[in-house]
Design a protein around this ligand. Sequence first.
Ligand code: SF4
Length: 357
Amino acid sequence: MPKNIAEKSVEFAVPLKGIPETAVIQSNLPVYNAEQRDEKIANIKRLLKRENAVLVAHYYTNEDLQIIAEETGGVVSDSLEMARFGNNHPATTLIVAGVRFMGETAKILSPEKRVLMPTLEATCSLDLGCPAKEFSEFCDQYPNHEVVVYANTSAEVKARADWVVTSSIALKVVAHLMDQGKKILWAPDKHLGHYIQKVTGAEMVLWQGACIVHEEFKARGLGELIEKHPDAGILVHPESPAAVIDIADVVGSTTTLIKAAKELPHKEFIVATDNRIFYKMKQEAPGKIFIEAPTAGEGATCKSCAHCPWMAMNGLHNLEAVLESGLKSGENEIFVDEEIRQKAFRSTSRMLEFVAH
Ligand code: SF4
């Protein structure tokens, strides 16, 4: 552990229960033949237009949703760009395909817009593992620290924070605060926090949350895979364990990894992040080969197996349903308490202003 990280932050780990397995989620999704799929996609495109709605999709959602977003003037991106795009787009309704904190972030930034999601059950282990009450008590113990939280948190946690950041800009924001002599309280992802601390040398206390998907990547299995593919570039998301990060050629946000896949000279890459990102990587770097980093190895089995169970809940069926009936019934609409929203707006809009300058 780097010397500046407070040991006592360990006691704030919150145990997670009832985490769904990706294979189980996927086995319960409706299956369509090619004709039915095409019909659903055509209907969704028609409904988006009719409802003056735009689809904002994350890189980890399934390929069909990414295709629809691209072909209808929406966006496929990381959570920073999703927030920025939704905020700037003139559509009156945002359909956010991803996980709940992404819908909440859109509502925090654009309260005048309707924000709906294909499912409200899609959450995130980082959000679940950082309840607002416990987090607020943790913050109270460090009154002289600047509270910096990852976007993968609830509106209530964002409301308690000084800054909200995504993995795209976390390093820059922490370095900026460090230059001002600030100490940092970081939450919730411990691996990303360790990585930032290691790179910047900032004085930080860490909340001990983790992404269940990235935490499954195994350094030992990765080493064995590299032996079979010695010329492959290694691309790793910083929510992965430190031992996996240490092996990487490039560590960064989803957008950084896609850019690296395009720009690096390697013909093949081993990728440690959600495998639905391969759709965009193949599009940006045609002809290159992308290999999933190992999530299981000796004595270990994977539960998410490189695809987030909550991201997997988004499909054509519930995207179509939210456009057909959710807009009328209000089902699956995101609401954020106005007092919390205003506080969360302060810390979240700071991120967009920081990026703009
Ligand atoms: S991949 Fe990890 S960080 Fe992203 S939504 Fe799923 S659990 Fe959360």
